[in-house]
Design a protein around this ligand. Structure first.
Ligand SMILES: *Cc1c(COP(=O)(O)O)cnc(C)c1O
Length: 360
């Protein structure tokens, strides 16, 4: 059996140990005689799986007591609407920081519900930087401030957490959650689609401060109200049970690695190696400002785009998959989430150097 190194931006690699454990438990979970897929979400077996996953996530991220953790469906994209519907709380304005494709999508959706003020905007440099912290222009009337700490497509990441005073800070952490320790208490709400650093697609995690729950827009659909899910331990309806279970295995794996500070060390090292190779070559280039470079998604271009197809086919032959850049950016993109082994990055680097020697 060969496990390739898959650089997909999402769904992305999962730790091999997690998939092996799922395989072992596939037909008979813990002597229950059932697969997790077949269990009632209200049965004692699944409830124990669900509770353990939440407890482990709370431990890994040191989530304070006054925050709820929700295991939802609908992807990060549903949160683009759920956030204004729940957090405007009678106000008509929200601040958004525009740093790339995903913030643009969040902004477009929010505009259906409120006036959006851009507290920061890097569109004029083609989304290759983040705004300086002291250049953010916050609106005192804003119900909340939304930003995207890591722009998955542009490979742009904030090196700081914006200070927003009384306005709750809302973060789309889809592609950076669990890549390093974070201070959850700085945020009103954190959300993430699972398919980058948590588990299979189909699960969305929301971590939100309790005082933000319970004052939604008039006429809000039941399923869009955070209170519905918070009051029912994410079991108002049938949750994505198998994905919740796999996420739990990933959380256990993170603990086995020594927690998020150990994970962060490896992630930082993996990213630094790859940026060094790109910067030291006259052949590869990354356009992102040095203080805004992502640890998770690293786009790079070849000096001659005419060589892209050859680069990609050679990579595939070496088991280095899905390196093609997003259609909006072109070139290559290496997504190197937690589950990408350091060996995968080393193998990519050797291939890049070899390719440059031949074609540079
Ligand atoms: C992948 C991604 C999304 C979209 O997530 P879905 O679960 O497909 O809705 C949103 N924001 C960011 C930052 C992402 O990386």
């Amino acid at each position: 059996m060969a496990r390739n190194f898959n650089f997909s931006a999402g769904p992305a690699m999962l730790p091999t140990a997690v998939i092996e454990r799922a395989r072992e438990e596939m037909l008979d979970w813990n002597g229950s005689g059932m697969s997790v897929m077949e269990m009632s979400h209200r049965g004692k077996e699944f409830v124990s799986i669900a509770e353990k996953a939440e407890a482990d996530l709370r431990e890994i991220l040191s989530i304070p007591e006054n925050y709820k953790v929700l295991f939802l469906q609908g992807g990060a994209s549903s949160q683009f609407a759920m956030i204004p519907l729940n957090l405007l709380r009678g106000k008509t304005n929200a601040d958004y920081i525009n740093t790339g494709m995903w913030s643009k999508k969040a902004i477009a959706e929010a505009k259906r519900f409120c006036d959006v003020h851009l507290a920061g905007d890097t569109s004029d440099n083609n989304f290759t930087s983040v705004p300086d912290e002291d250049a953010l222009e916050l609106n005192a009337e804003a119900a909340y401030v939304h930003y995207t700490p890591n722009e998955t497509i542009g490979g742009v990441e904030f090196g700081y957490i914006p200070e927003t005073g009384d306005a709750p800070l809302v973060a789309d952490m889809s592609s950076t959650i669990l890549s390093r320790p974070i201070d959850v208490s700085r945020f009103g709400l954190i959300y993430a689609g699972a398919q980058k650093n948590i588990g299979p697609s189909g699960l969305t995690i929301v971590i939100l401060r309790e005082d933000l729950i319970g004052n939604p827009a008039d006429g809000i659909p039941t399923m869009f109200d955070y209170a519905t899910h918070a009051n029912a331990d994410s079991m108002y309806n049938t949750p994505p049970t198998y994905n919740w279970y796999i996420a739990g295995l990933v959380f256990e794996w993170i603990k086995d690695q020594g927690g998020l500070s150990s994970i962060a060390e490896v992630n930082q090292r993996k990213a630094a190696k790859l940026y060094t190779v790109i910067d030291n070559s006259g052949f590869y280039a990354n356009p992102v400002a040095e203080n805004a470079r992502s640890w998770m998604n690293i786009p790079f271009t070849l000096a001659d785009p005419g060589l892209d197809a050859e680069f990609l086919s050679g990579a595939t032959k070496r088991g280095l998959l899905t390196l093609k850049g997003h259609r909006s950016v072109g070139g290559m993109r290496a997504s190197i989430y937690n589950a990408m082994p350091e060996e995968g990055v080393d193998t990519l680097i050797s291939y890049m150097q070899e390719f440059e020697k031949q074609h540079g």
